[in-house]
Structures are given as structure tokens and as C-alpha cells.
Design a protein around this ligand. Structure first.
Ligand code: ZN
Ligand code: ZN
Ligand code: ZN
Length: 324
């Protein structure tokens, strides 16, 4: 082998098998046959999951055109690109280009999953792991699920026969690993629903961290799946409201679904909370005083929520204000 051949072989690490290799490492760390993943496993699983997402999404952009992988196409050329001398597009921009330039169909929920992962990775690099094992597992399962669908739909149909053979074993392990994580989550949730969450269904909502419906709003505000407490009701209410997946249609104003609670007077009343007892519909629930506020009206004058005592259409303070 000549020196230049050896050099070429060393650098040659095609994006798709490289991304699949990262994913294999993720399931090896998270979906063990026995024993919990260590803190080190969690750390490298998050880092490698993010690396896999980046490599695989960009592999698809590169198929469209190499310049789409670059942050600023006007500042580069093909030679620099091939030498790896370029700044690559951010995660959010990569997803945007896949949808708006390449025309791929990526749902709002999948977009959020990917951007949350990037945020996790950044947090991890600066502060270390701050989340519980279970929260990492459920979030990783969401990303794995998306990336496997992405591979099946957009990348594997184009893969060369050689790459197909080289990655088949890893892909099988990755699919099995995802199933193992999902069944762990499902069986733990089934046990929680039958035991600790029983009787609390009217105040149990989805946890913004692990995404499981295992968070009891009762003042203590504990997620039994993570498990973790949310000591600051305001922080929890905002995280919950943000994660509700509500995005206004283009041109529509963003409607605030987090308002002042008339009872405890804190801005922790989530108008569109989905409890286990009323799955599929929304109920106003205060994340501070833990009251289900389904008897409130919106004041016709100031827009605040109030509890009508009669048939009045404005709140008490507007009423006294008008009286002077
Ligand atoms: Zn949780
Ligand atoms: Zn309240
Ligand atoms: Zn009013």
C-alpha cells in the first residue's frame, strides 16, 4: 500500500456507517442485558447520540448537495469542503434545510426531540450529567426511534451493497436495543400506574424531563418515573407549557396558555394541562396550589381568569374599578 493510499484509507470513514457506529455504542451503553448504565455510560450515550444525529442528518443533506452541510456556502468551495476545512451548519439549521430545502417530512414533535437532544449535549459538556438515568433513557429512546425511522426512510434505500453488508449486524443490534429500552420504560410505567400513581390520575401530568405521565401535581410535584422533584412550580409550569408541542400556525399569534391563578395569585395556571384522568382533552390546572380550575371564565374587560359568582362577565377587580 502506498503512503497516499494508506492516508486515504485512514481518513475514509463514510458518514452513514460512522453514524450507525455511534448508535451501536449508544445501545451498548444504555440497553444492557443486565445492570444499570453507569454515569460514564450516560455521558457517552448522550454525546454519541448527538454525534449520530448530526452525522446522519448531514449525510442526507450531503446527498442533496455538499454545500448544504456548510454553515455559510458563500465562504467555502469544494476543495475546502473535501479537506474538512469548513464550519458546519448548526443543528437547528440542519433540520430547517432538511425540511425547507430537501423537502423532507419531519414532524414538530421530532424536531423538538432533536433540539432537546442538542440542548442536553451542550448542558452535559458544560455541567456534566444532571438528569436521572430514566430521563436519559426515555429521551434517548425518542431520538433512537426517530433516527431509525430516518435511516429506513431516507438513507438505507440509497446505501451501497458494501455498506449494507458492513452495517447490517449493527442495525439489528440497534433495533433490538431500542426495543429493550422501550419495554423497560413500558413495564416500569405499568407498575407505577397500578401502584404509586393510582388514585392521583386527576392530577398526574406528563413530566417535561422524561416525557412520561408520572408527575403528580400536589405541591410537592414529584415525577415518580425519573424520579425527581420540581421544587419551583413556576419553572415546572413554564417547562410543561413549552413542551406541550403547541406551535401556532404561521401568521397566527402565540396564545398564552400560562396565566395567573385566581386562588394562589401566581402565574402557574396551565390552561391546557392534560391529566391522566382526562387524557385527550385539556383541563386548567394550577401547578402551584394544585387545584383543577375548570369553573373559571375569562374577564371580558381585562382578560384575567376569574371565578364567576353569578352570571357576571367581568372580573371582580374590573367590576370595582368601573364602580370607581
Ligand atoms: Zn420525569
Ligand atoms: Zn393556584
Ligand atoms: Zn377584569
Amino acid at each position: 500500500m502506498s503512503e497516499s493510499e494508506a492516508q486515504e484509507r485512514k481518513i475514509h470513514y463514510p458518514p452513514m456507517p460512522n453514524g450507525i457506529d455511534y448508535l451501536r455504542d449508544v445501545v451498548d451503553r444504555l440497553a444492557r442485558e443486565s445492570g444499570e448504565p453507569s454515569e460514564r455510560d450516560l455521558k457517552y450515550a448522550v454525546l454519541h447520540l448527538q454525534a449520530a444525529a448530526e452525522v446522519l442528518l448531514k449525510a442526507r443533506l450531503r446527498e442533496e448537495h455538499w454545500s448544504l452541510v456548510v454553515a455559510k456556502a458563500e465562504k467555502t468551495n469544494r476543495k475546502k469542503f473535501e479537506a474538512g476545512d469548513f464550519e458546519s451548519a448548526s443543528n437547528a439549521e440542519t433540520v430547517r434545510r432538511l425540511v425547507e430545502v430537501a423537502g423532507l417530512d419531519i414532524s414538530a414533535a421530532d424536531k423538538k426531540t432533536l433540539l432537546d437532544l442538542a440542548a442536553d449535549r451542550n448542558q452535559l459538556q458544560h455541567w456534566g450529567i444532571t438528569e436521572e438515568v430514566n430521563a436519559v433513557l426515555t429521551r434517548a429512546a425518542n431520538v433512537l426511534d426517530f433516527l431509525i425511522r430516518f435511516l429506513d426512510q431516507y438513507l438505507l434505500p440509497q446505501i451501497s451493497a458494501d455498506d449494507k453488508e458492513a452495517t447490517a449486524g449493527d442495525l439489528e443490534e440497534i433495533r433490538k436495543g431500542l426495543t429493550r429500552i422501550e419495554s423497560y420504560v413500558a413495564s416500569r410505567m405499568a407498575r407505577l400506574r397500578d401502584e404509586d400513581l393510582k388514585g392521583h390520575e386527576d392530577r398526574t401530568v406528563r413530566c417535561p424531563d422524561c416525557q412520561q405521565s408520572a408527575l403528580i401535581i400536589d405541591g410537592q410535584n414529584s415525577c415518580l418515573f425519573c424520579p425527581r422533584d420540581w421544587p419551583d412550580p413556576l419553572e415546572l409550569a413554564s417547562a410543561y407549557d413549552e413542551g406541550s408541542g403547541y406551535f401556532p400556525a404561521p401568521g397566527e399569534p402565540y396564545e398564552d396558555t400560562l396565566v395567573d391563578c385566581p386562588d394562589c395569585e401566581t402565574p402557574t395556571l396551565v390552561l391546557e394541562a392534560e391529566t391522566v384522568a382526562r387524557a385527550g382533552s385539556f383541563v386548567p390546572l394550577c401547578f402551584n396550589c394544585a387545584r383543577v380550575q375548570d369553573d373559571l371564565e375569562e374577564c371580558g374587560r381585562c382578560g384575567e381568569r376569574y371565578r364567576p359568582t353569578d352570571e357576571e362577565s367581568i372580573c371582580y377587580s374590573c367590576f370595582s374599578d368601573l364602580l370607581g
